[in-house]
Design a protein around this ligand. Structure first.
Ligand code: UT7
Length: 327
């Protein structure tokens, strides 16, 4: 049976950093509140002239360079984002042009913070059914472009980043062993950006609608569901992989809140060093959190060939999912 193997990883964090102390000057907050409630210390923010695909391109080039796969051989680009450069053309086509890859499948999809996991799930199916051989999966988010920097409930949480992996066809045990993706659209009001689409286009907006151009989140309600969905998704992915919790060498959970990560760690009965955390220096970068953390964990040699990795996420939609991967 064919499966998708991670051949290379890459990531990009913009240069500019906003610290918790910086936020003390912007909104009524404190380093103490942000640190104890979220675990976040700083986040990277893209320049005004730096777009989601600009960040994605750097992460993608780094992933391709480390993969041993030539960009000429990429036959599918999957691009997870909720902050595309524009409605269309999609980011995958922009990347295809900039990377000069061959004629290929070029698809953007929106699954919020679960975007990377949805991408792994899709990529594994495309490779298993021989629809693609070498897939570039990118998750890139410029959340600063939809963040209201007067709203302390949300602005301290989010950052900008891009992460990418090259997935290649494997007929060995190496690769995605099992994955799961799910949704609960009845809770879509908890995390959304309502304005700017066909329901509420820019040219139909009144002055009271402008706030709808920013991200809205009911953090407390999301928190309650997040742990349950992330842990159950991981359980489903483990079942599909024919593995158990004790087989996991490491997990990389979506980096939204250290308290959520801690609860997922307790569920998985893992030691602290088996759970990769970089949230303190990135904040929540939506779909990009897991591929950025994965790239760092590999570069820091915290993950090595043969290790069994669990990844699990939860986000707007609501969407959730997990995957179990042999590195
Ligand atoms: O990535 C997609 C999925 N997203 C998530 O998983 C996010 C899940 N949710 C969370 O991480 C947390 O719910 C938050 C970090 C967003 C909020 O933490 P919380 O412990 O649930 O706080 P809260 O919303 O219940 O707010 C507690 C208090 C409120 O004040 P009152 O009403 O008790 O007086 C807030 O107004 O904290 C206040 N507050 C702040 N205070 C200082 C909210 N934001 C801030 C802030 N600084 N930045």
């Amino acid at each position: 049976m064919l499966r998708a193997r991670i051949a290379g990883t890459g990531s990009y964090l913009p240069k500019k950093i906003l610290t918790n102390k910086d936020f003390e000057k912007i909104v009524d907050t404190s380093d103490e509140w942000i640190t104890t409630r979220t675990g976040i210390k700083e986040r990277h923010i893209a320049d005004d002239n730096e777009s989601t695909t600009d960040m994605a391109l750097i992460a993608a080039e780094r992933a391709i360079d480390s993969s041993g796969v030539s960009s000429d051989d990429i036959d599918c680009i999957l691009f997870a984002t909720v902050t595309p450069d524009m409605n269309f053309p999609n980011g995958a086509c922009i990347l295809q042009d900039k990377l000069q890859t061959q004629n290929c499948i070029a698809l953007d999809f929106s699954a919020a913070c679960t975007g990377f996991i949805y991408g792994l799930h899709l990529a594994n199916s495309l490779i298993a059914t021989e629809q693609a051989k070498n897939i570039l999966l990118v998750a890139s988010e410029k959340l600063s472009s939809i963040t209201d920097y007067t709203d302390r409930n949300t602005c301290v949480l989010f950052g900008d980043a891009a992460g990418a992996v090259v997935l290649t066809s494997s007929d060995t045990s190496q690769g995605i062993l099992g994955s799961y993706a799910g949704s609960d659209g009845s809770k879509r009001e908890l995390l959304k950006r309502e304005g700017g689409g066909s329901r509420l286009p820019y040219n139909k907006m009144g002055p009271f609608d402008y706030a709808k151009l920013y991200l809205y989140m009911d953090g407390k309600a999301i928190f309650k569901t997040a742990v349950q969905r992330m842990t159950s998704s991981l359980g489903f992915a483990l079942d599909k992989a024919g593995k158990k919790l004790e087989d996991l060498d490491m997990i990389i959970p979506h980096q939204a809140n250290l308290r959520i990560i801690e609860m997922v760690r307790e569920f998985a009965k893992l030691k602290e060093e088996q759970v990769y955390v970089n949230l303190h220096k990135t904040g929540n970068t939506s779909a990009a959190t897991i591929p950025v953390a994965l790239d760092e964990a590999i570069k820091e040699k915290k993950l090595k060939t043969g290790d069994i990795l669990g990844v699990t996420a939860f986000g707007g939609g609501l969407t959730y999912g997990a995957a179990v991967i042999e590195i």
